[in-house]
Design a protein. Sequence first.
Length: 167
Amino acid sequence: MLLIYTGNGKGKTSACVGQAIRALGQGLAVAFGQFMKRGDLAGEQTMLAELLGEDFLASGAGFFRDNDFDTHREKAAQLLRWADARVEQGVDMLILDETLYALHHGLLLEEEVRGLVQRCQDRGCHLVLSGRGAPAWMVELADIVSDITEVKHVYAKGGKARRGIEF
């Protein structure tokens, strides 16, 4: 199955983590990768690394800036190679957080993502993707799409990111 968590609301990564926990609880082999996010910044990374070991990778270069495109593109390509290796090794579920963000900025190409979707389908591997702005072609391919909508967020009033809430 192809599952997508998209939308402007907070909770896409949390939904991915929850999906990983549910699958692990059912005895499935799970691999979890994060585009864009550097390792050791967010609380979920500590727990996922402990649970998954080599089957967790946060390979991002941090916040995207156009003047650093090549670095971000190489980091995205590194995670894509890692993901392909996990699919080849036979994981039951591959979760790739912030895929849509990387796709939107051209760090991943549509054909690369389509190829990964196909490889997962061919191997019977559930694929979970997240990020804002799921393109129509991806929504069409997906089995489940959840659009997480922001109703209210402290940022609108100038609030800061809080440890254990946003990271």
